[in-house]
Design a protein around this ligand. Structure first.
Ligand SMILES: [Zn+2]
Length: 303
């Protein structure tokens, strides 16, 4: 396949303590933090394929392990925010959410030298129920958000959400803005990769990538690409490290958290062989949207 006939896709990693996965609910005996070895596995793989990605990092992780953040940034990847404490927006007030955004930006800037312009909510918790969070994001220094899962799932998601990246209109935050000339939008949204024919099917990575055969993931990504839509994929570094699997939580939660973990690395390598990937920040620049989204953060021109 000639990659140039397809839009570049976007690869991202959410960096958090592996035992902070919500379904484990703290129900973990061996909470050894394997964040160094897990992140190294991912960085080595990306280096081998000469690929760059966006790393959404929890602020508290950056405060504890600044050397990991520097290592990620030194490899040319984009550093972005995954909140300060990895608390889903469902459990936050607007004031607490503002704090999550600014404290994590401070922590990441301290660790990496650059202030992040992108945010991903824990558990894709930007939904119709937490629509207020869009207003908070728009009035923040962040330029883009990648927290919308454009189909309803038991845990999160926006039914019939836009499948393609769009400039957010705060009146209708889950519908793409058609007029990009007014300059009124202060935020860009990158929904997670979901295909829509014959029905919505998540191919966004994480649990879905571990559950589905690689052929189905590739089919879904190609389907989006044919319509000019980049696939935004997410993984967690711990998903490449079978050592994190623990027998402690109940079966159903353990299944969602760890199923297929021994095959994630091979799947990612196959995706890196098949598709072209880039960071959110350079996709944003490529679309010319970085200037359109007002309220740009400054001092971040190196991204
Ligand atoms: Zn997370």
């Amino acid at each position: 396949m000639n990659p140039h006939t397809h839009p570049t896709n976007i690869l991202s990693f959410d960096v958090e303590h592996w035992y902070s996965a919500t379904l484990l609910g703290g129900n973990v005996g061996d909470s050894v933090d394997r964040i160094h070895e897990s992140t190294d596995i991912v960085l080595d793989t990306l280096r081998r394929y000469d690929a760059v990605a966006t790393f959404f990092i929890v602020g508290e992780v950056a405060e504890t392990y600044p050397e990991i953040i520097r290592k990620i940034a030194d490899d040319g990847h984009e550093i972005a925010s995954h909140g300060q404490t990895h608390t889903p927006i469902f459990d936050l007030t607007p004031e607490q959410f503002e704090y999550e955004l600014s404290a994590s930006a401070d922590a990441l800037e301290w660790a990496s030298g650059d202030r992040p312009i992108g945010f991903r909510a824990p558990n894709f918790s930007v939904t119709r129920e937490t629509e207020w969070s869009i207003d908070v994001l728009e009035s923040s220094d962040y330029v883009y958000d990648s927290s919308v899962f454009p189909m309803k799932t038991p845990m999160y998601g926006v039914s019939k959400g836009s499948l393609r990246p769009y400039l957010v209109n705060s009146e209708r935050p889950f519908e793409p803005t058609t007029d990009t000339t007014t300059g009124e939008s202060r935020l860009v949204e990158y929904p997670m990769a979901v295909t829509d024919t014959p029905f919505r099917l998540p191919v966004a990575g994480g649990f879905y990538a571990r559950l589905f055969p690689i052929e189905l993931l590739e089919w879904g990504i190609r389907r989006l690409n044919r319509r000019g839509i980049p696939a935004t994929l997410y993984f967690h570094p711990w998903e490449f490290n079978p050592a994190v699997s623990t027998p402690d939580p109940p079966f159903a939660n353990r299944f969602i958290s760890f199923h297929g973990i021994d095959r994630t690395a091979a799947k990612l390598e196959r995706l890196l062989q098949t598709f072209e990937f880039d960071t959110h920040a350079s996709d944003l620049t490529g679309r010319g949207w970085r200037e359109l989204a007002t309220g740009l953060s400054t001092g971040n021109e190196s991204i």
